[in-house]
Design a protein around this ligand. Structure first.
Ligand code: GTP
Length: 533
């Protein structure tokens, strides 16, 4: 497995492990700590909402209470109640504006014996209804404040707030004992006001016209009452949620469900979906972070390693030391890349030096130091190469073995150093007199030279040999010793391999040498061609 895929799979494992850990931690925190806390907080807020609505209802009812108190303990009211002055009550109370201002549907006055003095009802538009309710003692007597209640109560006056049903609708009744303003003296009876509890009533409970509070009556109550958050008259507040709302139930005097108020449960500040999306967001973030991490690791670690691996593998296979990693930087891996490049640079330049030295050595090993001609070693290689090429079989090839005549005598006369100079001069001349491109001139040893003539038959070889003999003689190098000529001359033995014959360099040489021997014996300064093989 490569470093890259290893790291990638480990990073994937890390992502999975991180995700599972985050999920597990979040789930544990969520169910054991966060959600219970938030649920508790939400429940507490619901309870506060229920209490707030109950307070709003109380405040609304207090308006009636204040109204009945202000009038019940009014001396003029007190005296007229005692006198049962119906006209006075009709003039002072049965005014449309009074009903409308107080949002009332009825104002009734009863004497101390519980007998109706006078009363008036109005509809919701505050138009007076001719037939008043609360004339039947069976209905109103529980609402009155009895003499006994006044006596039992140390402080006058006293009042009651009770919910009852009027014409099948829920209503609230506020009754107040009629008493003198100094609150001393017998009660003159009961003042009773009532109003329907309908949408108009709950409108007053919802600030800014939001219609948050609703009232429920009739058939709905059977379903609502088992799920009440609180009951009117009780301080206990739960926060049961039924159909997304919190209910406050009100019972009538007979303890029958009469009406329920409700408000929508406040929207939760949290949502389970938020948790789920936060897990998803966490996963996405984890993937992004790990992606960036992988990118960073890849750039800073994997890429340099791969570059070094690629470069070193290529160099080891190809021996091409000109390759470079191209890495540079301060990290250890980049420094390693730089060092590899430096090493490759050193190896490359050493290799070049070595190559040059090898070439020089090769050149030296194939060259005769004195004459700078090819040496015998090179001649052997050259003939071997020619022999190995099948194409050369088709062509003729001639070999000239050349020897300077009486060179011992020349040396003896002029000295060895001069002998060397002449050897160089003869070598140079032989080079000049042959074709550099196709003919090879080499020093075979001592004062002996060999010329290889490619694609040259016997006649042409004889012609070349003759040219060489004449050319050397024409150099007019004084011999000074025992020689047939007064100048330096050469003798040549020529051997030719005709076309369509294999090259046998050994045999060719022996024949040329034998021909040379004959040339020497025939008087020197000449060439002799060996017979065809
Ligand atoms: N100066 C010099 N002389 C050399 C060199 N190599 C060989 N010789 C001399 O060449 C001479 C060859 O002499 P021989 O083999 O007797 O033949 P020759 O005197 O040339 O007589 P023939 O070949 O029969 O004409 C010897 O005296 C060698 O010392 C060399 O590198 N430099």
């Amino acid at each position: 497995m490569s470093v890259k895929s290893k790291l990638r799979s480990r990073l994937l494992l890390a992502v999975a492990a991180a995700f599972v850990s985050i999920l597990a931690a979040q789930t544990i925190i969520r169910f054991n700590w966060t959600l219970p806390q938030l649920d508790h907080l939400a429940h507490y807020n619901d309870q506060l909402d229920v209490k707030r609505v109950k307070n709003q209802i109380s405040q609304q009812l207090n308006l009636n209470k204040n109204f009945t108190y202000d009038n019940g303990v009014w001396d003029e009211n007190y005296s007229n109640a005692r006198e049962k002055n119906i006209d006075w009550f009709q003039q002072n109370y049965f005014i449309k504006q009074t009903f409308a201002h107080q949002n009332l549907n009825g104002i009734y006055f009863y004497d101390a014996q519980g007998q109706l003095i006078v009363g008036m009802s109005a509809n919701r538009e505050f138009e007076f209804i001719v037939t008043p309710e609360f004339t039947d003692p069976a209905i109103y007597s529980p609402l009155l404040i009895t003499t006994k209640e006044v006596q039992d109560n140390q402080q006058l006056p006293i009042s009651k707030v009770q919910f009852i049903e009027v014409h099948g609708k829920a209503a609230v009744v506020t009754s107040q004992s009629i008493a003198p303003s100094n609150e001393h003296g017998p009660s003159a009876g009961t003042m009773l006001v009532w109003q329907f509890i309908d949408d108009k009533f709950v409108e007053l409970l919802s600030p800014n016209g939001q219609q948050l509070v609703q009232q429920h009556q009739g058939a709905d109550l059977d379903a609502i009452f088992p799920h009440l958050s609180s009951e009117w008259g009780s301080n206990d507040v739960d926060a049961q949620v039924y159909q997304g709302r919190l209910f406050i139930g009100v019972k009538d005097l007979q303890h029958k469900p009469l009406i329920a108020f409700s408000i929508p449960q406040s929207p939760r500040l949290y949502d389970r979906a938020i948790f789920d999306s936060s897990i998803l967001a966490g996963l996405v973030m984890a993937i992004i972070v790990l992606g960036l991490f992988y990118f960073f690791i890849h750039k800073s670690m994997i890429q340099p390693v791969l570059k070094m691996l690629k470069t070193v593998s290529y160099v080891s296979l190809s021996s091409d030391y000109s390759q470079r990693t191209g890495l540079s930087g301060s990290s250890e891996l980049h420094r390693l890349g730089e060092l590899i490049d430096q090493l490759l640079c050193v190896v490359e330049s050493n290799k070049q030096i070595l190559q040059q030295q090898n070439e020089q050595l090769a050149a030296l090993s194939n060259t005769d130091q004195l004459t700078s001609l090819a040496n015998r070693r090179y001649l052997d290689q050259h003939l071997a190469v020619l022999s190995s090429h099948e194409a050369n079989r088709q062509l003729p090839l001639s070999l000239l073995v050349i020897d300077i005549d009486f060179f011992k005598s020349f040396n003896d006369t002029f000295g060895h150093a001069e002998g060397d100079r002449i050897l160089r001069q003869v070598a140079h001349a032989l080079k000049q007199l042959t074709h550099g491109a196709t003919d090879l001139v080499c020093r075979f040893g001592g004062e002996e030279f060999v010329v290889v003539l490619e694609n040259t038959d016997k006649a042409n070889a004889a012609h070349v040999a003759d040219n060489l003999c004449r050319g050397i003689e024409q150099l007019k190098i004084a011999h000074g010793g025992k020689n047939a000529s007064e100048f330096i001359t050469i003798s040549i033995g020529v051997a030719t391999k005709p076309a369509d014959h294999a090259i046998d360099s050994q045999q060719l040489f022996e024949r040329a040498d034998a021909a040379l021997y004959r040339a020497k014996s025939l008087g020197r300064n000449r060439y002799v061609c060996a017979d065809n093989a």
